[in-house]
Design a binder for this molecule. Structure first.
Ligand code: NAP
Length: 275
């Protein structure tokens, strides 16, 4: 039996066990994927413990992704180093390698929705961990990037690393008007009743709006659909980052549709109080 896991704190909300167990079953693997609550302080011991117990792969989530990069027990791949965060660990005979598959997940979600990226103007709202991964990935795809964040200093720091411009949220309306692709990488919209990220009526049918939040249909996405824009939700990013991790661990092509179905079913069960 192969064992896989996800470490985070909190971790009860994670949809990865439902998604990855469905995928492992579809691949015919005798395996299980479990969620473990691990604090930042215990991360190194927990990873070493997983290695000692013969785990086949690990995912890391909030608040462990950046901490993992500081541990000298892991060898990060160049993309994870550039992004400054690890969300996937593979155990090999020679050691433990850290990857970041979040940016890949976002890229696949955009391409699946038919969104062109090369040469397009992409506005990233937010400058946290997910924004970093997406900014590095879009830079590699030759998008023209702007970054707007509540803390303008963080926007400017990230912008300097990806050859972009950084702004505060007071510039948002002007930036939205000029953008081809608008990506919400903040946590605004996760909870019903959150303040609006943008006022209604700003989005246009020629634009693509991508909200990486996956637990509910946000007001940002509702506005995008109402405007006739391409609207992409965060579920497909979650699915594709998980699919990439699974492919790293198993070398097999991930069953993306099975994974998407498992995530959407788990979300429905949560919303109806059965999850
Ligand atoms: P993070 O590192 O904590 O960053 C949070 C970002 O949200 C920061 O830019 C922060 O701005 C901004 N923010 C928070 N509250 C705000 C408010 N009231 N007004 C304006 N901006 C606000 O978190 P993260 O890991 O990047 O995750 C961000 C979101 O992406 C979360 O909802 C997470 O669930 C989602 N996510 C989805 C996927 C997926 O696969 N679909 C993957 C990763 C993350 P400041 O810098 O000014 O604080």
């Amino acid at each position: 039996m192969k064992i896989f896991g996800i470490f985070g704190d909190p971790i009860e909300h994670s949809l990865s066990p439902a998604m990855q167990n469905a995928a492992l079953l579809a691949l015919g693997e005798t395996a299980c994927y479990h969620a473990f609550r691990v604090s930042r302080e215990d991360l190194s011991a927990a990873i070493l413990g997983a290695k000692a117990m013969g785990f086949s792969g690990l995912n890391l989530t909030i608040p462990l992704k950046e901490k993992a990069l500081q541990l000298d027990i892991l060898e990060p791949d160049p993309l994870a180093s550039a992004i400054g965060a690890v969300n996937t660990i593979s155990f090999t005979k020679s050691g433990m390698v850290g990857y970041n598959t979040d940016g890949w997940g976002a890229l696949r979600a955009l391409y699946d929705a038919g969104v062109e990226i090369r040469g397009k103007m992409a506005l990233i709202i937010g400058a946290g961990g997910a924004a970093r991964a997406i900014a590095y990935t879009l830079q590699q795809e030759d998008a023209e990037i702007s970054i707007a964040n509540r803390s303008i200093k963080k926007a400017q720091e990230l912008a300097a690393q990806v050859d972009a411009c950084g702004f505060g949220l007071s510039d948002l309306e002007r930036l939205v008007d000029k953008a081809d692709i608008i990506i919400n990488c903040t946590s605004v919209g996760m909870r019903m009743g959150d303040p609006r990220l943008l006022r209604t009526g700003l989005l246009k049918s020629s634009q693509a709006a991508f909200d990486i939040i996956y637990n509910r249909e946000t007001e940002f996405l509702q506005d995008a659909r109402a405007a006739g824009a391409v609207a992409v939700d965060g579920v497909m990013m979650l699915v594709h980052q998980g699919a990439k991790a699974l492919e790293i661990w198993t070398g097999k092509k991930a069953p993306v549709q099975v994974m998407e179905r498992a995530v959407r079913e788990a979300l429905r069960a949560k919303q109806t109080g059965q999850g």
